[in-house]
Design a protein around this ligand. Structure first.
Ligand code: PEP
Ligand code: MG
Length: 844
């Protein structure tokens, strides 16, 4: 343990000393950064309160911290919100890493300028390393520069980290490679991994340390690319924790990282706006002509006093778990980067620092709303005020999560946003959740005053294809609703008096896009036949009767995958045999006797728990009792489902498909049960029986499976995860778990070859089949049917009609010999641009 001798801190400037509670900024008054004192200055030079090293001086010159050889760290912050002055009014006299003596001048400042241009001149001196201390001067007394004002308590004043860690193990120093440091997502991944260990774990940057299990603390370290970091851990699994976390950091915590060179921190100067043109930064490309619609968040009324600690604690716990459930549900409707954002939000709900601070306030008799709001607002402000663009953007995430929980505590329903047609939304800031739930039929784009190009809101806007700019001047908030404006997000411009020629060009491009969609929908009933006469069946992936009906309107030629486990997802009691039979019959009737209905038997387990099928928890659920394995372990479940499916025989061309088959014996066993049920029902004919090819063993043994099945359907989602050994839901592997990987494509190719050698058809029902980019390759590989997500049926059919089989076979041969998924994508992109002359990405 580090032992600290009694240490006296000197007043860094002259003025009136005030208690921190009187500082009108919760980031400081709540002691989020640390305890200390505040001085209303009468002098204009900030001096060192003790001897040590300058551990950080902000580029904007408004804040500086000094650390001594015992790890005591003191932060001084001149004025409130002075980061916004961008350095004006401050003259730093020292630099990072410089040794200074107690009383040495550190920063000169222009008190008049700051008093006029910032919120306040109040200056803070905080012991951010956490040692307890005694004040040596009475509150609200006058102090002189260099006067002893505060004494740290000896011995007991050990550093938080040292106290908690005892004989801690330390990793070797390593260099951080993430382009933007450990911002929310990599920090969430790191904190999540740290929470998997019992040891107390800290992440160290120079003399600063953060609890590695706290997302907020990691973010507050303000790491940047090139920083030297160390991990320390104390406890029974300390060594394992260090080993795992060091690898994680070296791998980028879920981000692609390369090279070591520190990134340039130079920022592009903000372009200038004019009376008819407002400029910001492109957050999401594209352009739109529409009408202004201002979004304003209503203020929430919060009562400070609670109704008793136990009750308020229960209220907070309930709101947090409701928020967690809502975020989980939001993830179900999105994928990739969008899902990762909501996962990071869930992490914030569990942040130990936030929760600890909120609970402390509850013990002081505050209400759950007040406690939660105080800690989230204080931390948000802290992130905004640290002078770091990325942290300021991450503040939007915390603000979003904070408001989500607060509304749940207050019982306020989030009403759906009512926006007019062709709306260009204008807001101070949109939250990630607001952005994710925008109605893209009405909203054409948005402009925000806050936010940044790397914010989660920007990521979501790109995923939704919505043009957006952020960092617009605040006067944009004064535009009246209904005003016609042109948003040119590519250039970061909002035109208030748009040029008719520009509007016309833009409208033409949008019009062509919508005509193409109309044409595709109008021609949806045409067969999907290539230009040289090769027919491909395009069917639907569905999970309800409603989707089946919709698929027929959009030209679906049948159902290629009915995910039966989704039919009763919200139930915690099994549907009766009668109810199941009715559901399958209704779907079969909607399709009619001429169309295929492929019912997949329950694919429960892995990422799909089903409340009425209780399962033991497993260490590796994706490799455990999932799909057909689970059904064979509970044969009554499978038997009953077979009976229910068979009740619809004759109403559609019935096919039964087994998921997750990895062994021939599974197929034989399931077939025997099916045969017994067919016989018991006295049916003249057994429906067709096929298997999903989604496990490499099934793909590799396709030649041995083929004689025993009527068809194969390739589940590229699982086939990719099992082939590349990458969890399909893993936030850090999302960009690598790519179905375009040649290893996956080779398994598709060999499966098709084996199936065709036995005269059996093959479909692709995984998400790869729904991608325009992949269509020529899949056709070239010999896939007979594409079972796709319902809205994309017209688009995929139209894409098939553009192609020549010979070209498809040629590109398929080519991609099988490539090394990486990204090369396959590039080759297909070139192919598409050469043959169709448009971008496949835009069409999707
Ligand atoms: C697949 O794995 O590709 C598939 C279609 O099945 P699911 O996504 O339902 O697991
Ligand atoms: Mg699957």
């Amino acid at each position: 343990m580090t032992t600290i001798q009694p240490l006296v801190l000197l007043a860094p400037l002259a003025g009136v000393q005030l208690p921190l509670d009187q500082v009108p900024d919760p980031a400081f008054s709540s002691r989020l950064l640390g305890d200390g004192l505040c001085i209303d200055p009468t002098s204009q030079t900030l001096c060192a309160p003790m001897s040590g090293v300058i551990s950080n001086i902000q580029d904007s010159g408004h804040a500086v911290s000094v650390t001594n050889e015992h790890g005591v760290q003191v932060l001084m912050h001149i004025g409130l919100d002075t980061v916004n002055l961008a350095g004006e009014g401050f003259t730093p006299l020292v630099e990072d890493g410089q040794q200074v003596q107690a009383g040495q001048p550190l920063i000169e400042f222009d008190a008049d300028f700051i008093a006029l241009n910032a919120r306040s001149l109040l200056t803070l001196m905080l012991v951010v390393s956490g040692e307890p201390f005694e004040l040596l001067v009475p509150a609200t007394s006058t102090v002189e520069t260099g006067q002893p004002v505060l004494q740290l308590k000896p011995a007991t004043a050990s550093v938080e980290v040292a106290q908690e860690q005892g004989n801690a193990l330390f990793s070797k120093p390593l260099t951080l490679l993430n382009a933007h440091g450990l911002h929310a997502r990599p920090a969430a991944v790191f904190a999540q991994a740290a929470k998997g260990f019992k040891a107390s774990i800290y992440l160290h940057k120079q003399t600063e340390s953060a609890n590695a299990k706290s997302l907020v603390r990691i973010m507050a370290l303000q790491t940047v690319r090139g920083d030297t970091l160390q991990v320390s851990a104390a406890g029974e699994d300390a060594a394992a924790a260090i080993e795992a976390l060091v690898v994680l950091l070296a791998d980028g915590c879920g981000e692609n990282v390369v090279g070591v060179a520190p990134a340039s921190t130079a920022e592009t100067p903000a372009p200038v706006s004019s009376a008819t043109l407002l400029r910001g930064v492109c957050a999401s490309p594209g352009s739109a002509f529409g009408q202004v619609f201002q979004i304003k968040e209503a203020a929430l009324v919060i009562t400070e006093a609670g109704l008793g600690e136990a009750q308020e604690r229960a209220t907070l716990t309930r709101a947090l778990s409701d928020a967690d459930r809502a975020l989980q549900a939001m993830q179900a409707n999105v994928s990739g980067a969008q899902a990762e954002i909501f996962r990071a939000h869930q992490e914030l709900l569990e942040d130990p620092t936030l929760l600890e601070q909120a609970h402390t306030l509850l013990t002081e008799g505050k209400s759950a709303a007040f406690a939660w709001n105080s800690v989230t607002v204080a931390t948000t402000r802290l992130f905004q005020g640290l002078g770091n663009t990325l942290l300021a953007e991450r503040a939007a995430d915390l603000d979003d999560v904070g408001r989500r929980v607060l509304k749940l505590i207050l019982g306020i329903q989030d009403d759906a946003l009512e926006v007019p047609e062709r709306a260009i939304l204008i807001a101070e800031q949109l939250t990630p959740s607001q952005t994710a739930s925008l109605d893209t039929c009405k909203v054409l784009g948005f402009v925000t005053v806050g936010g940044g190009a790397t914010s989660h809101v920007a990521i979501l806007a790109r995923a939704l294809g919505l043009p957006a700019i952020c960092g617009a001047p605040a006067c944009v908030l004064a535009l009246s609703n209904g005003k016609q404006v042109l948003l040119d997000a590519d250039k970061g411009e909002l035109h208030l008096e748009p040029d008719p020629v520009e509007i016309e060009q833009l409208e033409t491009a949008r019009h062509q896009q919508s005509l193409r969609r109309q044409r595709e929908v109008a021609q949806a009933s045409l067969a999907a036949v290539t230009r040289d006469g090769h027919a491909v069946e395009v069917t639907a992936n569905v999970a309800s009767l409603q989707e089946v009906e919709q698929s027929l309107v959009l030209g679906g030629e049948g159902v290629g995958l009915l995910r039966s486990e989704f039919l009763y997802l919200d139930r915690n009691r099994a549907p009766s045999a009668r109810e199941q039979a009715d559901t399958y019959s209704a779907i079969a009737r909607a399709l009619g006797p001429e169309r295929n209905l492929v019912v997949r038997t329950l694919d429960v387990g892995g990422d799909k728990p089903l409340a009425y099928v209780p399962m033991d928890s497993e260490t590796n659920p994706f490799l455990g009792l999932r799909g057909i394995r689970l059904c064979l372990a509970r044969p009554e479940l499978l038997r009953e489902q077979f009976r229910a499916i068979l009740a619809s025989a004759g109403q559609a061309r019935l096919h039964i498909m087994l998921p997750m088959v990895s062994l021939l014996s599974e197929l034989h066993l399931a077939r025997r049960i099916l045969d017994e049920e067919v016989q018991a029902l006295g049916l003249a004919q057994r429906p067709k029986l096929g298997i999903m090819i989604e496990v490499p063993s099934a793909a590799l043994m396709a030649d041995l499976f083929a004689p025993h099945v009527d068809f194969f359907s390739i589940g590229t989602n699982d086939l990719t995860q099992y082939t590349l050994a990458m969890d399909r839901d893993h936030p850090r592997l999302a960009s690598q778990a790519d179905s375009y990987h040649p290893a996956v494509l080779r398994l598709i190719a060999s499966t098709v070859k084996a199936a065709h050698a036995h005269g059996k058809p093959v479909s692709v029902c995984g998400a790869l089949g729904s991608e325009v980019l992949a269509v020529p390759m899949l056709i070239g590989l010999g896939v007979d049917e594409l079972s796709v997500s319902v809205p994309l049926i017209p688009t995929i059919k139209a894409a098939v009609r553009e192609l020549h089989l010979k070209d498809c076979q040629c590109i398929a041969r080519q991609v099988l010999n490539l090394e990486e998924a990204v090369e396959v994508r590039e080759a297909l992109y070139q192919f598409h641009t050469a043959t169709a002359g448009t971008s496949p990405v835009l069409e999707n």
